[in-house]
Design a protein around this ligand. Structure first.
Ligand code: NIG
Ligand code: FE
Length: 414
């Protein structure tokens, strides 16, 4: 079993979301793709000190868990730059959606795109995220809106994982919006999602979780409950786009059912927050969508904090509401727009993002027994990650104990 040692690191272990869990002047040993030991340089066990062990000296740079983008829609074709121009002239996001644009316009382009085009475009978005230290990400379907096209999207997501050193979680989002074949028949479409599309994607082994868009321009709480009944009868975890453009009460419905996460939440009532806490449901905040849609109502961050709801941050990378191909920038936006602290932003893309995916037993923090997914940064201060805008201090990334990128300068000889 191959052993590796990373020495002279400033570790931010993120073992919980209350502190960075800093261990200065530390080392970390990796065996079989997992963290075998970590602690101060002065107490490295003998077995990790042999000359034959591959070792890297960090020269006191920061080492964190690999970043996790827990909410993305990176598989899609085309763009919505023309809608961007319209919105700048005062046409609203909801108005565009109601007149057949929005998600439906991406659906048409995605249905018409070949598998290869979809793959190539998603692969280059993925490269941008990986270059900034993302080692796990979630990818949703939801731009196919028929059985074959939803499966095509999920197969592309699966192939992205096969072809890249990254972990990918696939989420079925058939209930994203109403496709044109079902105009004025939302209930009939939901029946089709429950009885045909979701079972087919599930049987193909392409679904890790089930999501939906609960909103006035999408589906009601009752309609989402029917999708969740089916998801839960298949044993699948659930999550929900909730309270983004208006308040419908979807977040508390999802939390009562034990949802992994509820996402967006600009319109969440502070009174609803205790239910999220009771059910260990993560609040996933998406500042890229808030920024792009020029929203003014912010999610109730202080209430989430006071009740101890884990907060995660994600890009929501999609062609409409959040064309944001940078998780570091999402962290910066979460601080500036939602008043998160840089610690909350980093916990939101590591330990709490792992919780949002139900993967916190294996990833999200530096702990013995967890996967050796980690990043070495060109700084010794973890606040730098959320502070900089447009910089990329990621020097090296390891996934499951293997270096994916390593551009660390040699240690200073002096
Ligand atoms: O997370 N809110 C719903 N879905 C996406 C937007 C999709 C789109 O506009 O294409 C979101 O913001
Ligand atoms: Fe989304």
């Amino acid at each position: 079993m191959s052993l590796k040692l990373i020495s002279n690191a400033s570790l931010a272990t993120l073992q919980d979301d209350q502190s960075y869990g800093l261990i200065p002047s530390a080392a970390i040993a990796i065996e079989g793709g997992k963290i075998a030991w970590l602690g101060p340089m002065s107490s490295i066990p003998d077995q990790f000190l042999s000359d034959s062990i591959e070792s890297v000296d960090c020269n006191n740079r920061l080492l964190t868990p690999g970043l996790i983008d827990c909410h993305t829609h990176i598989v899609y074709a085309g763009d919505r730059a023309t809608e961007f121009e319209k919105r700048l002239q005062g046409v609203g996001y909801e108005e565009i959606a109601r007149s057949g644009g929005g998600i439906n316009s991406t659906m048409t382009q995605t249905r018409n795109a070949s598998w290869e085009i979809l793959f190539d475009q998603a692969n280059s978005r993925l490269a941008g995220l990986m270059n900034e230290g993302v080692t796990t990400l979630e990818i949703k379907s939801g731009y196919g809106l028929d059985r074959g096209s939803e499966i095509k999207m999920l197969e592309v997501a699966e192939q992205l994982e096969r072809d890249n050193p990254i972990r990918i979680q696939k989420t079925f989002l058939g209930a994203h919006t109403l496709p044109p074949e079902y105009v004025e028949q939302k209930d009939a479409y939901i029946d089709h999602v429950c009885n045909v599309m979701l079972p087919a994607a599930f049987e193909a082994g392409l679904v890790d979780a089930v999501d939906g868009f609960c909103d006035g321009i999408a589906f009601s709480v009752e309609q989402m409950e029917r999708v969740f009944d089916q998801a839960q009868s298949l044993g699948l975890p659930i999550k929900l786009h909730a309270e983004q453009l208006s308040y419908l009460g979807g977040a508390i419905m999802a939390a009562r059912r034990g949802a992994l996460s509820v996402d967006h939440l600009e319109h969440l009532h502070p009174d609803d927050v205790p239910l999220l806490a009771e059910n260990n449901t993560v609040a996933v905040l998406l500042p890229g969508a808030f920024y792009t849609l020029n929203e003014t109502l912010k999610p109730p961050v202080q209430a989430l904090r006071e009740h101890g709801v884990p907060i995660a941050i994600a890009t929501d990378l999609n062609p409409g509401s959040s064309p944001l191909n940078s998780l570091l920038l999402a962290m910066n936006m979460a601080c500036t727009l939602f008043s998160l602290t840089p610690l909350e932003a980093l916990a939101g893309t590591t330990i709490n993002a792992a919780k949002a995916l139900g993967l916190d037993k294996d990833i999200g923090s530096l702990e013995v027994g967890k996967a050796a997914d980690m990043v070495i940064w060109d700084t010794d201060n973890p606040a730098v990650l959320a502070y900089q805008i447009g910089a990329n201090p990621c020097l090296s990334t390891m996934v499951a104990g293997e270096w994916r990128k390593n551009i660390m300068p040699s240690p200073d000889p002096s």
